[in-house]
Design a protein around this ligand. Structure first.
Ligand SMILES: N[C@@H](CCC(=O)N[C@@H](CS)C(=O)NCC(=O)O)C(=O)O
Length: 210
């Protein structure tokens, strides 16, 4: 087996984090290739590795798979025994819905609170549209946990792709010191306790000398 995951800076690249967490859920060894973003040479390196010039991209024996959601689906299909999606049919559908919502939405949250794992400071003022995204995330997390969270602390009880997709959001909640309802704060802590996230987080801090 030869899987290579090309990623960006661990401190900043939220899409890379999603794919790396999904990769970790498979339990399969893989090679990691890191590209520093926002450097004079970044574009050339990105174009050398990724058809879109963006990370993450997963290189498989048959060719590249790009975009975090496509990578997650590929891994779930290739390693079915790892149960990357929740087991119940509707739980799976809901998990896919919330990942798709994350993938194509929450623009204000993403632009005003861009991922910076080393940050530990609130915004001077939270823009109303970012707060609306945060409120929606909290409702969404509460809904998943209430319906399917009985078997563990993750969104669908057991850890799944849905947690990989919302881990960067949890990180923003903490690093921007966002005030949260208790259950959302507990979920953020769950993400920080997730060993795969912790490894990435610590590496991200080292990258920026924090
Ligand atoms: N929808 C894509 C987004 C990928 C993306 O925007 N990646 C950023 C890093 S987080 C990137 O490669 N930026 C470099 C550039 O645009 O030059 C995914 O899910 O993989």
């Amino acid at each position: 087996m030869s899987l290579k995951l090309v990623i960006g800076d661990k401190n900043y690249s939220s899409w890379s984090l999603r794919a790396a967490l999904a990769m970790d859920l498979t339990g399969v060894p893989y090679e990691e290739i890191g590209i520093r973003l926002y450097q004079p040479d970044s574009r050339r390196q990105l174009m050398a590795h990724a058809p879109t010039g963006k990370v993450p991209v997963l290189h498989t024996e048959e060719g590249p798979v790009w975009d975090s959601l496509a990578i997650a689906e590929y891994l779930a299909e290739r390693f079915p025994e790892a149960h990357l999606w929740p087991r119940g049919q509707y739980a799976r559908a809901l998990a896919r819905s919330v990942c798709a919502e994350m993938h194509s939405g929450f623009m204000a949250l993403r632009s005003h609170l861009s991922m910076d794992l080393a940050r530990d400071q609130a915004l001077a003022e939270m823009p109303a549209e970012a707060q609306a995204d945060i409120d929606r995330v909290c409702r969404l997390w509460a809904d998943c946990r209430q319906r399917f969270g009985q078997d563990g602390p993750y969104l669908f009880g057991h850890v799944s792709i849905a947690d990989a997709f919302f881990a960067p959001v949890a990180a923003r909640m903490r690093s921007y010191r966002v005030a949260l309802p208790d259950e959302a704060a507990a979920y953020v802590e769950t993400i920080y306790q997730w060993p795969a996230f912790q490894r990435w987080y610590q590496a991200g801090l080292r990258e920026v000398g924090a």
